[in-house]
Design a protein around this ligand. Sequence first.
Ligand code: M5T
Ligand code: MG
Length: 619
Amino acid sequence: MNAVQDNFDIKATLAGSRLVGLWRLMHGFRLPYFGAVTSLGAAAVSKTGTYLLLRVLADRLLPALQGNPSANPVMALLPWIAAGFVFLAVFEGGFTYISGRLAAYTAEGIARRLRNYLFDHIQRLPFSYLDKMQTGELIQRSTSDVDAMRRFFADQAIGVGRILLLFIVNFTAILNLDTTLGLASVIVIPVIVLVSIFFFRRVTKAYESYQEQDAVLSTTLQENLAGVRVVKAFARQDFERNKFEKDNHRKFVLGRRLLLMHSTFWPLSDIICGAQMLGGFVLAAIFAIDGRITVGTYLAYHGLVVWLIWPMRNLGRLIVQASTGLVSYGRVMEIVRQDREPLEEGKLQASLHLRGEIAFENVGFHYDQGAEVLEDITFTCQPGQSVALLGSTGSGKTSLVNLLPRFYEYSTGKILLDGVELNQYSRKFLRSQIGIVEQEPFLFSRSLRENITYGVGRAVSQQEIEQAAKVAAIHDIILSFPDGYDTLIGEKGVTLSGGQKQRVAIARTLLKDPRILILDDATSSVDTETEAAIRQALKQLMVGRTSFIIAHRIQSVMHADLILVLDQGRIVEQGTHDELLARGKIYPQIHDLQTRIESELEQEIASAERRISSTEQAK
Ligand code: M5T
Ligand code: MG
């Protein structure tokens, strides 16, 4: 099988019970699976052969040799018998090895496919699902639960075949030795099955809570690592430690309960099986004393019955252990069951030339089951125009622009792009046309070059990269790093400041050359001077593109063709800078406030400078 591509649709295996689902998951691996099971079976048969050979030795050869060993023709047979034992041992070892290899191939192969599928699947799920799901939980299910399933395939799925084969072969062999003895050796089977089912149910429940708690712990750890700065800044280490210890203690309790169940089950099944074995030995001994069976048969039975009881005992163990695989299967399939965001769906696909005219008509929107976040949003912007969004925090600016790439679907009204409703365009196409600088940009732990060229999808020249970096005012900073554009950022490389990150994100978006540009507070962490420089450079780039700019500084929005003032999810004022100054209410207030603060600042700086120069003169 190819190392990377495997288009097996795991979602298609979802149907019916968990066992059926697991069986379907084995698609493409059934041949090696059966190979592994039959190899184990072959190894098991060789063991039976050993005991049957022992019987021949004891019943036929040894009596013939007694009293007359030297000149006996039977002597010549002994090396052959010895060779037979050696052969059976090698045979058993060989097949056990083959079975191990095939089992590993099967289990690891299925697990690899599952991991690949989950990775791909999770990144294709809609925001509405990802927002709800905790990262730690997703990680837990794609690692620990997949691993439990791998163990299921490696041990339990293979083991069940081995157990059945061992049982059938040895049971037949013993029945052939003596029917009554054979039947008497398996009378505890119903008891074993009942006890196993009882424990299976309990272990399943216990393991479920154990895995859930494990996920809680993963989430705590993951959040703590992500938020380590906050923890340190607020000196909350003790609080976090106590919280973790509490969660961890719960896991300890649940884990102990699980182990306790196992450790009650094993001795119990051992006692039942031990009693069965003892009964068998006694009966066989009585039969041997009575002369009903030969000494050789007794010897063979002695060996065989061990390998008849073994599968019975292990069937119970296997049923109980299988519960973990089944629980994990359920947890993993909960993710698989989720519908992906249909990227290609939509009548209008690529090769379309967007002009970039956007109209919102009474658009309303709310997040999953939440209250209305946007209400009655109506505005129009012509191709190539710039729209600025202004509004207090939480007023819905980010939510509004996130509707354009169809990250979320609006609930009422209409959004028209070039006169066509937005949901007629495929998400893939829209996202290829829209460049968005997120409010909190994320950069990968890769080189700066890789980060900047991330969304381009074609080969780009160094010149193009530098051009974008220059506009975003990050080029000089990048050159100041020893490795320039090849500098690694993130955990293994340099750590960028908030403003630097934003600028790399701007460069990344500019290089994508989108028809529609969205800057969500993209210069919030950049000083005023740099912001002015970026704004200036962006001006040329925004020509011919429709752009949305979210900003808090009047300077950043005043040149926009349309300014929307948002408050609690509604547009309260819209127009150009001059229009709003003339007839607006909120906009002039914001404007006055900001200009006043700025002029006060300027005055203070000027007077401070005067003071400094006068004291210097006095010296
Ligand atoms: C508007 C809520 C949020 C707020 C309102 C992103 C997001 C927001 N909200 C959710 O319930 N779920 C979400 O995933 O929506 O939020 P916003 O659009 O992010 O506001 P903003 O961009 O104007 O604010 P800010 O702070 O970025 O200036 O009630 O709870
Ligand atoms: Mg926002």
